[in-house]
Design a protein around this ligand. Structure first.
Ligand SMILES: [Zn+2]
Length: 298
């Protein structure tokens, strides 16, 4: 039996185990769940030891702990570091749930629970891949390390310092971030980049006090109007960003990426049904699926 056959044969067991993990309300934003956070970390460390990782432990940080595990018995092969997080968002508002958030429930082939798709489900796929390979084949083709944190939903406050303090332990040739969706159930996907975000607050000030329109109108710029002009100046009429230097360090899309994106079955009709918007907006001549993912925008 190979690893795929083994995983298929074990799917009921794997699903039951995932439900156990989903039942732990590891809500990092709420201090009353700190014992659950610890429980989720310990559950994962024990599970990782159980599937045959050589070392798996709960390691302290300045906040919620990191679960670290390793299997390094493939000398000469690359080392893959798998990242995931075991904390979840709060489940409120509870009356919007069709089934209890911490009782994983199957409906129409999907599994509903807080954390099922962010990120316990994803990280568990990697854990069970290791399980299936070690059970069926006795070894992994690469060296594997796991880094599962408990603070992703609160800004990964202590992750940088943890990584800094454990550089050698975490050293790897490639990092697999297991915290993203797949395109479709029958289409495995590798997310190779994600856009960041920048927030800013702009304060526009005008005259000291309200001014009479008859006496001063036309001579004092209205701050509301000035703010509209500033915001409007961020884009060119074709939808591209007009901020000087904005595109300077954007890597051009290459043929391989272009071809890969073109292969995805993403239609304008699907986009319309998802968004409810009457028509697409944005930079002229940029394919919809490319516009949504690849170029930065403001
Ligand atoms: Zn996540």
């Amino acid at each position: 039996m190979n690893a795929f056959e083994h995983a298929a044969a074990q799917s009921d067991t794997y699903l039951a185990q995932l439900k156990d993990l989903l039942a732990i309300p590891s809500v990092s934003t709420l201090p009353e769940h700190s014992a659950d956070m610890q429980r989720a970390a310990e559950w994962l460390a024990a599970h990782l030891r159980g599937v045959g990782m050589d070392r798996a432990e709960v390691m302290p940080t300045g906040g919620y702990p990191v679960v670290y595990a390793e299997w390094l018995n493939a000398p000469g092969a690359p080392t893959v570091l798998v990242y995931g997080h075991y904390d979840v968002q709060p489940p409120d508002p509870l009356d919007e749930w069709a089934s209890p958030p911490f009782t994983a429930t199957e409906r129409d082939g999907d599994l509903y629970a807080r954390g099922a798709t962010d990120d316990k489900g994803q990280l568990f796929v990697q854990v069970k891949a290791v399980d299936a390979l070690l059970s069926a084949e006795g070894a992994l083709p690469v060296n594997v390390k796991f880094l599962l944190e408990g603070e992703e939903e609160i800004g990964s406050k202590h992750l940088d310092s943890f990584i800094e303090a454990h550089r050698d332990l975490l050293a790897a040739d490639v990092a697999l971030i297991s915290d993203a969706p797949v395109w479709a159930i029958d289409q495995p996907s590798i997310t190779y980049g994600i856009r960041g975000m920048t927030y800013m607050e702009i304060e526009v000030r005008g005259p000291r006090a309200d001014l009479h329109s008859g006496a001063y109108g036309g001579t004092v710029h209205n701050p509301a109007q000035a703010l509209c002009e500033i915001i409007a100046a961020l884009h060119n009429p074709d939808g591209s960003v007009a901020v000087p230097g904005f595109y300077d360090r954007v890597r051009p899309i290459d043929e391989e990426e272009r071809a890969a994106l073109a292969k995805l079955p993403w239609t304008e009709a699907k986009w319309r049904s998802e968004t409810g918007a009457p028509k697409p907006w944005g930079e002229q001549g940029v394919q919809l699926r490319r516009a949504a993912w690849r170029p930065p925008h403001a």
